[in-house]
Design a protein around this ligand. Structure first.
Ligand code: PLP
Length: 406
């Protein structure tokens, strides 16, 4: 095929997606040591099954689909009103935030929403991205031509990186004045840290003053245990004029394989709200009825209690990892309001080299920090989604690990 025919921006992306690279290394290790059990604390996928309230709702919806009187075909592209109203009531009204059902767009995942939203903005607008962070924000903008050609250090010259380091408490500073699209992720994947109210206030004030838009990914909001911490950007005065918020049922209710999420674009950003509606009605045909009934069930009293218990079980794993690594003398961050533990590696070892070392010495797989941006170098991500016993075993193996080479 003629290369002029193709979107050349794809050639500017790193060679392969982080997780497929890791999967290949794990497969190679399995082949080399078939007798060893590899404990995977790497990929951010849940392991516990859907809760009973969700399963019951799905069964009921399947039965409805079997009857001519209750069968449903195409649904509304924005999502069924029953789900959007349940979201507005449970996520917002209950916390005294005024978000209505027509500001909510149900989708089949936050990954597609955070990747697709950029197409509503001009091709040359300056994008600011926390470093490190979930790679989809960067990659989707590079695909759209907003990155430029990466330098030898892998940095894209047109992207404004917002460093989130141990030194700044993982709270990004303000981006450059010309930044117009500001991605935020709180609790953050991979650092497991939560943005403070004062950080968010500064970023909202900046956005209002500079006509910028905040894209706030709250995929892990339900892992925030402390009610004084900010769960939704709309808790910050003025945010409804400048922020879009993304939520997912993936990590809050185990929907990674089921697929359901929602995006909020407030009426105060009417032009953008209408554009997203236009985009979704053109390119998306809605989430299936059974899944939307399942998501609605997450907000019933039984659904809430059951999903809370699942999250609590993952957070017990997080505590095991956090405490265990600290007791072994390591420096770790996160893991208190997020299912991610951000492990600061001793100086000099690269995070990809450490991945190989940990896999070889302990048969434990994690995720190299550099996969989340240049600022992730020197760190390693462990996740709390594993089986409790295997998580404890992984921590035991790490406690007995030989010294990390420089
Ligand atoms: N946003 C963040 C920060 C994530 O870590 C993930 C998944 O790991 C997603 C979005 C994707 O969510 P979904 O499963 O709804 O596509």
């Amino acid at each position: 095929m003629k290369t002029e025919l193709l979107n050349g921006n794809y050639g500017l992306l790193p060679e392969s997606y982080l997780f497929s690279q890791i999967a290949r290394k794990i497969a190679a290790c399995r082949e080399k040591h078939p007798e060893r059990e590899i404990i995977r604390l790497g990929i951010g996928d849940v392991t516990r099954p859907l809760v009973p309230a969700v399963i019951e709702a799905m069964h009921r919806a399947v039965d409805e689909m079997a009857c001519a009187e209750t069968f449903r075909g195409y649904g509304p592209e924005q999502g069924y009103a029953f789900l959007r109203e349940a979201i507005a009531a449970a996520e917002y009204a209950s916390r005294a935030i005024d978000i209505s059902a027509d500001e909510i767009f149900v989708s089949d995942g936050s990954k597609c929403d955070v990747a697709n939203i950029q197409e509503l903005f001009s091709a040359d607008c300056r994008v600011a991205i926390p470093d490190p962070v979930y790679p989809v924000y960067l990659d989707s903008n590079v695909m759209a031509g907003r990155g430029g050609r990466p330098g030898p250090d892998g940095r894209y010259p047109r992207i404004a990186y917002m460093p989130c380091t141990a030194e700044n408490g993982f709270q990004p500073d303000l981006p450059p004045a010309d930044a117009r699209l500001i991605y935020l992720c709180s609790p953050n994947n991979p650092t497991g840290t939560v943005l403070t109210r004062s950080t968010l206030e500064k970023l909202v004030d900046f956005s209002l003053a500079n006509d910028a838009v905040i894209l706030f990914d709250a995929a892990y909001a339900d892992y925030i245990g402390d009610p004084s911490l900010v769960r939704s950007i709309y808790e910050i005065p003025g945010a409804k004029k400048c922020a879009v918020e993304f939520h997912s049922f993936s990590k809050s209710a185990g929907f990674t394989g089921v697929r359901c999420a929602f995006t909020v674009i407030p009426r105060e950003m009417e032009e953008l709200r209408r554009m997203w509606l236009r985009r979704q009605t053109t390119k998306f045909n809605g989430v299936n009825y059974i899944v939307q009934r399942a998501a609605e069930a997450v907000y019933t009293p039984a659904g809430r209690e059951q999903t809370r218990e699942v999250i609590a079980s993952y957070m017990r794993n997080a505590e095991v990892i956090r405490k265990g690594l600290k007791e072994s003398g390591y420096t770790v961050f996160g893991g208190e309001h997020a299912p991610y533990i951000w492990w600061q590696l001793p100086d000099k070892i690269g995070s990809f080299d450490f991945f190989d070392f940990l896999l070889e010495k302990c048969a434990v797989a994690g995720t190299p920090g550099s996969g989340f941006g240049p600022g992730g170098e020197g760190f390693f991500r462990l996740t709390a989604f594993g089986d409790p016993e295997k998580t404890r075993e992984a921590v035991r193996r790490i406690a007995e690990m030989p010294p990390i080479p420089a």
